[in-house]
Design a protein around this ligand. Sequence first.
Ligand code: 5GP
Ligand code: MN
Length: 303
Amino acid sequence: ALIKEQVGSWNFSAHDFSEDELVFGACQMLSHAFSMPGLEHWRLTPGELQTFLLACRAAYNSFVLYHNFRHAIDVLQSVFFFLLRIGALPPYGLTGQTSVTKSPIASLVTPFDALTLLISAIGHDVGHPGVNNFFLVKLNAPLAQLYNDNSVLEAFHCAAFSQILRRHWPAAFKDKQLRKLLISAILATDMGVHQKFMERMGSLQEKFYANHKSVDGWKPQDIEMYKTLICGVLIKCADISNVARPWKVAEKWTQILQEEFANQGEMEKEVGMETALFGGPPELGNIYKLATSQIGFMSIFAL
Ligand code: 5GP
Ligand code: MN
């Protein structure tokens, strides 16, 4: 009952739950999405859904401190919460919701898109090795060679996740439209393309205001393009939303991420390479430096 209630709240703290409990929470969120009309074709039975989630969980590395299954479910819950708030999912939970006035932009996100975004969130960091793209590129790692130094990890997460879908959710794997949106959503989580997204958001905003806060009369191709942009931005926001959680929850995420960065720093030292970490390896315990860098992250990216 606690998990059911928590997945509908911004106070959700993935730290407080075991992996089994997180699987249960994910089942709740996806089942809620399945209740929307028109999604019959992609629905899984509760048993199939559980098998799919256990396969996803097995594909995350438990030795990785931050980018593991817990982070995936945290991002899933963030996306779920945003979709509830913009009215792209029906009201959830006992308290329900004071009815949302849907923005015309939010209306671009259909039930099908909402389901696709939830699926994307679950798989968006599958197989993460606990080091960043710069590290792999600098080291000329096989994965960087395979993906030509471009969004190396994100391309890998997407390809690996596709195989899980092929095996455990064939209806989702086979659907061309779902696959297209899933790929663009996972690739959108590369912070290397953050600036590009902000620029596109700027042009969407301009076009929207110039058209009296409406999307009426927009060409179908433009609607499609901006819908894809909105979906990318939703998963991006969810992916970096740790700092927007209540302090106790946020603080813990920050700590864990710093420890993962510190591990990468150690590996860099071992192989004698220049650091691939933004701002250099963290000095664990240097609270002033951590605070400064978190304020930087919040003002440059999260806000
Ligand atoms: P992800 O790797 O999770 O798909 O993409 C999100 C990236 O944003 C993380 O790898 C990490 O580099 C960055 N990020 C997210 N939250 C924080 C934070 O609180 N502080 C810092 N410095 N970076 C963050
Ligand atoms: Mn992530």
